[in-house]
Structures are given as structure tokens and as C-alpha cells.
Design a protein around this ligand. Structure first.
Ligand code: ATP
Ligand code: MG
Length: 561
């Protein structure tokens, strides 16, 4: 490839990469530091994956480092289960953090920072109720009003704040507020809360504290303590930036800077942890890792690879304006990866028996099939037993086949994958008119790899030998919601759940080479899609989750109109 060609194929920089390159070129920083700051109040979802890929990706690209910081300033909703799952997910996505940190480790420093602001006359203890504070704040068109507490002396504030910490007051009795500007057009600057009283056990600090810093007084300060150069968050924090800068300036600490990008929204799902928790608590799904969820844990269980998720994040890029990304793009990305890497096997999901009437009774041939035609040397091969009676898909036979049906119907020929060409000779029905058996004759000189029959067939179907088949459970998933953007519909988002999002097939026949399939392994079942062995699958009871079909069936439907 010519140098010119390479150049045109290079992707242009996104706006954050441009900022970083400028900062490095101007000498503002010699190396960059980013962080991924999840609140451990739920499992990570695909939106977080975008933030992870962005933060870790920038540092990797520019030789910087990334901290994993748990934003654990709210004792009530947080839990160690979430901390563990977040660590597992970030690692699984393929990233290594420089330091594992907790905002709660900074509680003492943050307390000292607050004292510093009190001493500067820039913070005060307020006894007002939340309603009073809200009322005094004014409206975007009307300035707020100060109250009697705003003029408390530094000494009184220091004393009261120390007593807040000591536990002298009940929840909600007092708050610490920054004294900024009650007339600011930015409502976040109208004397925002810094600390609230909450007599609650924290998952790390236990009962050491009964006052907890608010997001705005914890986040930027934590960034600063860690010398984060580029603090990247989502666009809803744009109005917080002014306050972020104000605290850092008044505290005279390391000047971290905040940059905002558009959060990822995806069709046919919801992306807020609160809503996902509701689905879990209401048992609409089977836990956070139910393969229909948009969580990383669910995508992993469903068979997504870290590579496919990174590819997806790369393809959607980084924007400043919010948009809705099509779920089919995520599915496209996993197909790209699995087509290259998944092991091929045969499984019959909706079985009907095919009897090859001219094949010797009791005879078994060991045929061979490539594990993966996309891999070098076909990825090796596995033995596949062939015999007189086979399972085939019910849909591969038709009593009255239309023209161009290149599968089975009386008089039609197909190739059985890796095996022989067969010609359908008849079928049997039960009393209810259901086809129970299909009959065919095989052409003995048409064996794959040694075909001297000179017969041309248009179709190839998959099969499993009846006497050698294993049974498995297969779970087919569909999108979790019936509408594109359930969060934007009228009423409760849960009214838009797709009732057919899970279909369980109890008796699927699979080829014997799958006997040792273990949890997490990924396969392509020929003509049926990509499947992953479920985490609860055992040798005695094999369970497969369908990751995605081979083709985008929704795109087809959309075209049909
Ligand atoms: P949620 O609204 O789902 O609860 P959150 O923003 O409260 O998410 P955090 O744990 O605070 O969740 O998020 C950690 C980081 O991930 C933040 O920097 C946040 O901006 C980012 N993030 C969260 N959701 C998305 C999303 N949908 N797209 C991109 N980044 C996101
Ligand atoms: Mg949050």
C-alpha cells in the first residue's frame, strides 16, 4: 500500500484527541492522566464501555495513564458487589488501570478543603430545609435571595461544621454550602451544597463519617488530587464546569480540566442504571447479567467479545451532540469478530428426522469438517459421525416447495454439509397432518472432498446423526423493548417491554464434538447464528445462548416496510 493511501485511510482525530495533541504540543503537559470514575451503584453498561474506551484509549494512544476511581460518595446506594463487577468488566474489556482509587479515600482531604473554604469566607453552614433552599435559589430569570445563615462568622461556621462531622445533628438538619453567587445565571453557582448529613454506613468507611460530600465537591477535587489532566465526562455536566473550575481556583489546587462528550444511547434498550435496577428488582430480567440487558456482564454472557465492543466504541466515535445509535451496529461488530474467530458446529434447533433409505443399516462413517474456514488451515477439523438416520431442520423440508426452494421436497436434491448429496423420495405424516419423517436416497459417489458424481446442487443443509446427537437447551434472544427509545415514550418505560424477548428451546440436537463445550466458548452453528455456552451450562445439561443471528433480520424487515 502506498504511503498516500495509508494517509487517506487514517481516521481524523476526534475533538478530544485534538485537545490532547495541542496540550502536549504546547508543553502544557508532558504526559496526560485520565480516569474512569464509576459510581458503584450498579453494573456497567455499554454506555460506560464508551467512556472506558475513550479514557483508557486516549491514555494508551498518547502514552499516558488512567486511574480507576470509584465515585463512592453516596453511602446508601453503593455496594461491594458493584465494585467487584466493575473491576471485572474493565479488565475483561482489555484495559489496565494505573491505580485503583476511591473517592472515599479522600474524605479527610475533602474535609480539610471544606475547612479551607470556610476560612476564606467561601462556605457556610445553612440550617434551611431543602424546600427553603430551593425557594431561596430563585429561578433562571430571577436571582436568588440570601438567608440569615449566609452571614455566619467564620468561627461559627468552623464550629458548626466540626459538630456536623462529630454527629451532633440529625440527617437534613444542616448542610454546608459554598458561598458563590446567588445571582449567577448558572443555577449551579447559586451557593451549591457541598456536604450533607447522612447517618448511614458506607461500604468502605463504615460509620467513620456521617457527613458526605456532594458530587460537585468530590469529583473535581478527586481529579485534582490525582493530577488528572483531562477529566472527561458526559454533556449533562456542562453546567457543572463553572463550579468545577471555581472550587479548584479557590482551593488553589492542581488545575484539572473538564471536557464533555455525548453519552451513548442505543435503540431498543435503556441505559440508566436506575432503570436497569428496576428491571432487575421487578424480575423482568434474570439479574444484571441476563443476556438481554445492555450491561457488559450481559453482553459477555451472551457471547460478545471484548474486541467487538471496542470495535463498536471505535465506530461510533466521539461527539458533542447526543444521538441514538442503532443496536444493529453493535450486532454488526460482533458478527465481524465471530465470523473470523468462532468455531463452526452443527446444531438442529427444530428437528425432524431424515431417513436415508439406501444407506446400510447400522453403518457409521466418520466424516470430517473444518473448524473454521476463515482461519488458517481451516482451524483444524473435527470428526463428524454420519449414519442412516439424521436430524434436519423442519424448515428445510416442504411438502409443496415453491420454485427456487433449494432444500428438500419430494424430487429435490441437496447436499448434506460435509457429507453426501441426497434426493428426497417421500415423507410420512401423523394423524394431525404433521410431517414426522422425511425419506431420501444418497448418491454414494458424491461424498464431500471425493465427489465424482458430477451432480450440481444449489443448496446445502446441516444435520446431526440421530444415534450420535447430544441434546442441549438453546436460548434465543430478541431485543428487550418493542420501541426504539423506551425512555422517550409516554408512561412507564416498562410498558414497552418486548414479551417475546426470550425463547427457550429445550431439545436441540447438537453434534457430538460439542460434548466438551465449556462456559464462555463461542460457536457458529451453521446457518443458525453465533452461540455462546452459558455460564451455568454443565456437561450434563448444555445450555447455549444465541449471541446474534448470521444476518441482520431487522434490516431485512425494515426494507420490506
Ligand atoms: P447512569 O446514568 O447509567 O446511572 P452514570 O453517569 O450515573 O450512569 P457513572 O457510574 O457515574 O454512571 O458513570 C461513570 C462514567 O461513565 C461517567 O464518566 C459517565 O459520564 C460515563 N457514562 C455513563 N453513562 C454513559 C453513556 N451512556 N455514554 C457514555 N458515557 C457514559
Ligand atoms: Mg453518576
Amino acid at each position: 500500500m502506498s504511503a498516500e493511501k495509508i494517509k487517506t485511510e487514517e481516521k481524523s482525530l476526534n475533538f478530544l484527541e485534538e485537545i490532547v495533541e495541542n496540550d502536549l504540543a504546547s508543553g502544557k503537559y508532558t504526559s496526560i492522566m485520565t480516569r474512569f470514575p464509576p459510581e458503584p451503584n450498579g453494573y456497567l453498561h455499554i454506555g460506560h464501555a464508551k467512556s472506558i474506551c475513550l479514557n483508557f484509549g486516549l491514555a494508551l494512544k498518547y502514552g499516558g495513564r488512567t486511574n480507576l476511581r470509584f465515585d463512592d460518595t453516596n453511602p446508601v446506594k453503593e455496594d461491594i458487589e458493584y465494585v467487584d463487577s466493575i473491576k471485572e468488566d474493565v479488565k475483561w474489556l482489555g484495559f489496565e488501570w494505573a491505580n485503583e482509587l476511591y473517592a472515599s479515600d479522600y474524605f479527610e482531604t475533602l474535609y480539610e478543603y471544606a475547612v479551607k473554604l470556610i476560612k476564606k469566607g467561601l462556605a457556610y453552614v445553612d440550617d434551611s430545609s431543602p424546600e427553603e433552599i430551593a425557594a431561596q435559589k430563585g429561578t433562571p430569570t430571577e436571582p436568588g435571595k440570601g438567608n440569615e445563615y449566609r452571614n455566619r462568622s467564620v468561627e461559627e461556621n468552623l464550629d458548626l461544621f466540626a459538630r456536623m462531622r462529630a454527629g451532633d445533628f440529625k440527617d437534613g438538619e444542616k448542610v454546608l454550602r459554598a458561598k458563590v453567587d446567588l445571582a449567577s445565571p448558572n443555577m449551579h453557582m447559586r451557593d451549591p451544597l457541598m456536604y450533607r448529613i447522612k447517618h448511614a454506613d458506607h461500604h468502605r468507611t463504615g460509620n467513620a463519617w456521617c457527613i458526605y460530600p456532594m458530587y460537585d465537591f468530590a469529583h473535581g477535587q478527586s481529579d485534582s488530587i490525582e493530577h488528572i489532566t483531562h477529566s472527561i465526562c458526559t454533556v449533562e455536566f456542562i453546567p457543572h464546569r463553572e463550579l468545577y473550575d471555581w472550587f479548584i481556583e479557590k482551593l488553589e489546587i492542581f488545575p484539572s480540566h473538564q471536557y464533555e462528550f455525548a453519552r451513548l444511547n442505543m435503540t431498543y434498550t435503556v441505559m440508566s442504571k436506575r432503570k436497569l435496577l428496576e428491571l432487575v428488582n421487578d424480575k423482568i430480567v434474570d439479574g444484571w447479567s441476563d443476556p438481554r440487558m445492555p450491561t457488559i456482564a450481559a453482553l459477555r454472557r451472551r457471547g460478545y467479545t471484548p474486541e467487538s465492543i471496542r470495535l463498536f466504541c471505535d465506530k461510533i466515535g466521539v461527539q458533542k451532540r447526543e444521538n441514538l445509535i442503532d443496536l444493529s451496529l453493535l450486532e454488526f461488530c460482533v458478527r465481524e469478530d465471530l465470523n473470523k474467530n468462532a468455531t463452526r458446529r452443527m446444531a438442529v434447533l427444530d428437528p425432524i428426522k431424515l431417513i436415508i433409505t439406501n444407506y446400510p443399516d447400522g453403518h457409521v462413517e466418520e466424516l470430517s469438517g473444518e473448524n473454521n474456514p476463515e482461519a488458517e488451515n481451516g482451524g483444524g477439523s473435527r470428526p463428524i459421525p454420519f449414519s442412516k438416520e439424521l436430524w434436519i431442520e423442519r424448515e428445510d423440508f416442504m411438502e409443496d416447495p415453491p420454485k427456487k426452494f433449494f432444500r428438500l421436497g419430494v424430487g429435490l436434491t441437496v447436499r448434506l454439509k460435509y457429507a453426501y448429496i441426497v434426493k428426497c423420495t417421500g415423507f410420512k405424516k401423523d394423524e394431525d397432518g404433521n410431517v414426522t419423517e422425511v425419506y431420501a436416497e444418497y448418491i454414494s459417489e458424491s461424498r464431500s472432498g471425493a465427489d465424482s458424481s458430477k451432480i450440481n446442487v444449489k443448496g446445502t443443509i446441516h444435520w446431526v446423526s440421530v444415534q450420535h446427537a447430544l441434546t442441549a437447551e438453546v436460548r434465543l434472544y430478541d431485543r428487550l423493548f418493542k420501541v426504539e427509545d423506551p425512555s422517550n415514550e409516554e408512561g412507564d418505560f416498562k410498558e414497552y417491554i418486548n414479551p417475546d424477548s426470550l425463547q427457550v428451546l429445550q431439545k436441540v440436537y447438537i453434534e457430538p464434538a460439542l460434548a466438551a463445550a465449556f462456559p464462555g466458548e463461542r460457536y457458529q452453528f451453521l446457518r443458525k447464528g453465533y452461540f455462546c455456552v452459558d455460564e451455568n451450562s454443565t456437561k450434563e445439561k448444555l445450555v447455549f445462548n444465541r449471541t446474534v443471528g448470521l444476518k441482520d433480520t431487522w434490516a431485512k424487515e425494515a426494507k420490506k416496510g
